[in-house]
Design a protein around this ligand. Structure first.
Ligand SMILES: *[C@@H]1O[C@H](CO)[C@@H](O)[C@H](O)[C@H]1NC(C)=O
Ligand SMILES: *[C@@H]1O[C@H](CO)[C@@H](O)[C@H](O)[C@H]1NC(C)=O
Ligand SMILES: *[C@@H]1O[C@H](CO)[C@@H](O)[C@H](O)[C@H]1NC(C)=O
Ligand SMILES: *[C@@H]1O[C@H](CO)[C@@H](O)[C@H](O)[C@H]1NC(C)=O
Ligand SMILES: *[C@@H]1O[C@H](CO)[C@@H](O)[C@H](O)[C@H]1NC(C)=O
Length: 443
C-alpha cells in the first residue's frame, strides 16, 4: 500500500471519530430525514446579550466610598476638604476578593457621589484624589479597582452622580452637561472594559434646576462601552426596583415601558412590579446596603446573614439583580464584621442550593414539544443548571403540568423555578401542588 503524503499515527480517538461519522452517514442514507422541531418563537421584547449576562449573574457588590467615609455623613456638602481623604491601607484587591469569595460577579464603585469628589484624577476639576494626601496626590482608586477586578475576572461598574454639590457649573445646563460628558469619557476610556454605568436622579430639596441630556449620555456610554448596561430609575438597560430595601415586587416583570417612567420621578409601584404589557425589556436592580447607611460609619453594624438571605430571595429570587452595598471603612478596607456576615450568607446559600432534592425524581409532563422522543424539550431538563436547557410543552395546550415523582419522602421549604428568559418572559404564575401516593393534594 502506498503511504499517504502526510502521515501521522492514527490515534484511537481519531479512529472512533471516523467510525461514528460512518455510522451517521449510514443512518441518514437508510431512513427518511426527520427534521427536529425547532424551539418555540421567542416573544418580544427580548433581552440584549449584555442584559442577559447581567441578569443571570444574580448579585453585584456596591462600594460606596469617598469623603463621606471620613466625615461620617451620607450626603456630603461638596465642601469637605480633600485633606480628609486618608485611607491608610486602601486595598482594592481586598474588595474584589470579598466579592469573588461570596458569589458577586461584578463590583460597582461610586467614582463620584453627590459631593462631587472624584476618586480618579479627573482633568476637569481639582476636587479629587489628586488634592488629597493619599499617595501624595498621585493615587487613583478607579484604576486600582479596575486592575484588581481584571486580575480576578470580576466585572467593573462605575457610578457617576449627575447631582454635583461641588462643581461650579452645576445648574448651568450646557456647561454642566459638557462637564459630565467629559468626566464620563475619562471613566469609559481609561480603565478598560466597563460592564455597568450607574446614574440616578437623586437631588436635594431646593437644588438648582437644570436639564440633564440623558439621551446624549446614554448614546455616548453605549458607543464607548458597547458591553455596558446602563442603570437608572428608568433604564435604558436596567431599572431601579423602586425602593432601597432590596425587595422587588412579588411578581416582577422585566417588561416595562420606558416612556411611562421618568428618571428622578418614578412611580415606585410600577418600578417594583414592572408591566406585563410593557414593550421594553428593562429588568430591575435591587440596591440595598448591608448597613443602615450607604457609607461606612463606625457606629453602624451589618445586617445578619438571615436578613441577607431574605433579601436574596426577594431580589435575585424575583427575577432581579441584587446590588448589595458593602462600604469600605476609613482605612480603605472592608470591615471584618461585614466579611463575617457575608461568609455566613454564602454558607447559607451553599447549604440550601448545593443539594437538589429533586435530582432522583422521575419527571413527566402533560405534554412535550415535538413529542416525548424529542429530548431537547424533555421535562427532565428542568433539573439541569441554567436557563438554556428547559422543558417546553406542545403548543395550544390549556394546561401545563410537570409531575415530579419522588422515590422517597422529602421535606423542603425552598423551590427554585426558572424561566428561559432569553426567549422573553411569558409565564404569569406558577402553582405548586403536593400529592400523596393516592394522588390527593396535601396541605
Ligand atoms: C490586598 O488584599 C489582597 C486580597 O485580600 C491580599 O492578598 C494582599 O496581600 C493585600 N495587600 C496588602 C498590601 O495588604
Ligand atoms: C510625599 O511627598 C513628601 C514631600 O514631597 C515626601 O517627603 C514623601 O516621601 C512623599 N511620600 C510618598 C509616599 O511618595
Ligand atoms: C405599556 O405599553 C403597552 C403597549 O405597548 C400598553 O398596553 C400598556 O398599557 C403600557 N403601560 C403603561 C403603564 O403605560
Ligand atoms: C477596616 O477593616 C479592617 C479589616 O479589613 C480593619 O483591620 C480595620 O481596623 C478597619 N478600620 C477601621 C477604621 O475600622
Ligand atoms: C395553535 O392555534 C393557532 C390558533 O388557533 C393555530 O393557528 C395553530 O396552527 C395551532 N398550532 C398547533 C401546533 O396546533
Amino acid at each position: 500500500m502506498k503511504p499517504p503524503k502526510f502521515q501521522r499515527p492514527i490515534s484511537q480517538h481519531t479512529f472512533l471519530v471516523l467510525l461514528s461519522l460512518t455510522l451517521v452517514s449510514k443512518a441518514v442514507s437508510s431512513a427518511p430525514f426527520l427534521p427536529p422541531k425547532p424551539p418555540p418563537v421567542p416573544i418580544l421584547p427580548l433581552p440584549t446579550s449584555q442584559q442577559l449576562l447581567w441578569q443571570l449573574s444574580e448579585m453585584a457588590l456596591f462600594l460606596h466610598f469617598g469623603p463621606n467615609t471620613f466625615t461620617d455623613t451620607e450626603w456630603g456638602t461638596g465642601h469637605a476638604d480633600p485633606s480628609i481623604f486618608t485611607p491608610s491601607a486602601l486595598n482594592a484587591s481586598q474588595w474584589v476578593r470579598v466579592a469573588k469569595d461570596n458569589g458577586f460577579s461584578r463590583v460597582i464603585l461610586t467614582a463620584k457621589h453627590h459631593d462631587g469628589f472624584c476618586l480618579w484624577p479627573s482633568e476637569y476639576t481639582d476636587y479629587s484624589v489628586k488634592s488629597s494626601p493619599w499617595k501624595n496626590g498621585s493615587g487613583d482608586v478607579v484604576a486600582e479597582l479596575a486592575e484588581a477586578a481584571k486580575n480576578a475576572g470580576i466585572h467593573l461598574g462605575l457610578y457617576l452622580s449627575p447631582w454635583d454639590r461641588h462643581e461650579p457649573t452645576y445648574g448651568k445646563t450646557l456647561q454642566y452637561n459638557e462637564y459630565y460628558l467629559g468626566q464620563m469619557t475619562e471613566l469609559l476610556t481609561r480603565y478598560g472594559v466597563i460592564k455597568e454605568v450607574w446614574l440616578d436622579g437623586a437631588k436635594g430639596e431646593g437644588e438648582k434646576d437644570m436639564e440633564y441630556f440623558f439621551e446624549t449620555w446614554f448614546g455616548l456610554i453605549h458607543q464607548l462601552q458597547p458591553g455596558a448596561v446602563i442603570f437608572s430609575d428608568a433604564g435604558p438597560d436596567t431599572r431601579w426596583a423602586g425602593d432601597e430595601g432590596g425587595f422587588a415586587g412579588s411578581t416582577c416583570w422585566s417588561l416595562f415601558n420606558r416612556s411611562a417612567a421618568k428618571i428622578g420621578d418614578t412611580d415606585p409601584e410600577y418600578s417594583q412590579e414592572g408591566d406585563p404589557g410593557g414593550h421594553d425589556w428593562v429588568p430591575a436592580e435591587c440596591d440595598v446596603s448591608i448597613r443602615p447607611g450607604w457609607f461606612w460609619h463606625a457606629s453602624q453594624v451589618p445586617k445578619s446573614a438571615k436578613t441577607l438571605l431574605d433579601i436574596y430571595y426577594k431580589s435575585a429570587g424575583r427575577n432581579c439583580l441584587l446590588l448589595l452595598n458593602v462600604p469600605p471603612n476609613s482605612s480603605g478596607l472592608i470591615s471584618d464584621e461585614d466579611i463575617q456576615v457575608l461568609q455566613e450568607f454564602t454558607e447559607l446559600r451553599s447549604t440550601i442550593f448545593s443539594d437538589n432534592l429533586a435530582k432522583n425524581t422521575l419527571i413527566t409532563a402533560s405534554s412535550t414539544r415535538g413529542g416525548i422522543s424529542d429530548s431537547r424539550f424533555d421535562p427532565n431538563l428542568v433539573l439541569e443548571e441554567g436557563i438554556y436547557t428547559y422543558w417546553a410543552p406542545e403548543e395550544n395546550q390549556t394546561g401545563w403540568v410537570l409531575y415530579l415523582d419522588f422515590p422517597e419522602l422529602v421535606t423542603f421549604n425552598v423551590l427554585q423555578v426558572q424561566e428561559p428568559i432569553h426567549m422573553g418572559q411569558r409565564i404569569v404564575e406558577f402553582h405548586l401542588d403536593i400529592l400523596n401516593e393516592k394522588g390527593n393534594g396535601i396541605k
